[in-house]
Design a binder for this molecule. Structure first.
Ligand SMILES: *Cc1c(COP(=O)(O)O)cnc(C)c1O
Length: 346
């Protein structure tokens, strides 16, 4: 089966996000061949298989397919917390900063944001101080929500263990926003189940580095997922013949996890090449996200040079470059030549 690739014959290097990937021909073929049913009735064999495979790989009893990572995180928060509860979360965390305040707006769940340290962790002493006494003045502290990778950084394993042990020791539940947990696992050379250890629930995205067009998964205990399914329906996330999308997710889990190492290599090469250019300050990447601070004097001009030559990035003076399935090593070299040309032409 052929699939029209938007990039054919036109060199466009899109580093804005790893969400921009198009399904590969193999993925499209898997989607076209999917067995489907009505998933609201629990009848879709492809969705059921995806949920079972993901639960097994991450070491949980059950899984739930959701249309987006924002929704699977929200379902997780709604399932853990009641109205008037609070969750401890990083200032930089997606579940606090980038989800429209959904937990507060839709769940009456209070976030307690805390400053992230440079390594992406929330220091334990800050967490300890933020827990509220049981007293009618306060919201009930109920949940610790972490994120891995966070800003492309892999959380230290010793931190994850210490923080989740501490949370459980005082009766808090733990949720992991693992939108890019597969990147973290590949970077560490560990199984997904090792990366998920210590968490009562985990959300992963299939539509980022894994290259599926749509979809996320929430993993947890059987009881947790039964409750979560009710919230998914209420939020409008109950989809019918969703097996076409689940087939893409299954294909991604089988074919696109190990290759994330290529994205990490490409990000490292991109970082090395950009760091050699004047006026650019590059943070060496852990995984597939490269942050580049650009001297204010050239920021606008440099960004428009890149855009003019078909290189898309997000940000201007604080740039974010993300590598993925649709930018290979040659694309990185071509991009570095385009970036170099800007400085040679000055
Ligand atoms: C992208 C992302 C999400 C949300 O995923 P969507 O599918 O875009 O809603 C959640 N958490 C993190 C860390 C992400 O990067």
């Amino acid at each position: 089966m052929s699939y029209p690739q938007a990039t054919t014959g036109f060199k466009l290097y899109d580093f804005r996000s790893d969400t921009v990937t198009k399904p590969t021909p193999g993925m499209v073929a898997a989607m076209a061949a999917a067995q489907v049913g009505d998933d609201v009735w629990g009848d879709d064999p492809s969705v059921n298989r995806l949920q079972a495979v993901a639960a097994e790989r991450l070491g949980f009893e059950a899984g739930l397919f959701a249309p987006s990572g924002t929704q699977s995180n929200l379902i997780g928060l709604l399932t853990h917390c009641q109205r008037g509860d609070e969750y401890l979360v990083g200032q930089e965390a997606h579940t606090y900063r980038y989800e429209g305040g959904g937990a507060a707006v839709l769940g009456s769940i209070q976030p307690q944001p805390l400053e992230n340290a440079d390594d992406g962790s929330i220091p334990l002493d800050k967490l300890r101080k933020a827990v509220k006494p049981i007293d009618p003045h306060f919201a009930r502290t109920r949940l610790l929500a972490l994120e891995n990778t966070i800003g492309g950084k892999v959380l230290p394993a010793s931190y994850v263990q210490a923080a989740t042990d501490w949370a459980h020791s005082i009766g808090l539940a733990t949720h992991l926003d693992g939108a890019r947990l597969c990147n973290a696992a590949v970077q560490r050379g560990l199984a997904l189940s090792d990366m998920a250890r210590g968490f009562d629930s985990v959300s992963i995205c299939l539509s980022k580095g894994l290259g599926a067009p749509v979809g996320s998964l929430l993993l947890g205990s059987r009881d947790f997922i039964t409750k979560a399914k009710r919230w998914r329906k209420m939020l409008g996330g109950g989809m019918r013949q969703a097996g076409f999308l689940a087939a893409a997710g299954l294909y991604a889990l089988d074919h696109h996890v190990e290759r994330l190492a290529d994205d990490h290599r490409n990000a490292a090469r991109l970082a090395e090449g950009l760091a050699a250019l004047p006026g650019l300050t590059v943070t060496p990447p852990h995984t597939n996200i490269v942050f580049v601070d650009v001297d204010e004097k050239i920021a606008t001009d440099f960004s428009s040079h890149l855009a003019k030559h078909g290189v898309l990035i997000s940000g201007r003076d604080q740039q974010r470059w993300v590598t993925h399935l649709d930018v290979d090593a040659d694309a990185v070299e071509a991009t570095l030549r385009i970036a170099q040309a800007y400085f040679e032409g000055r």
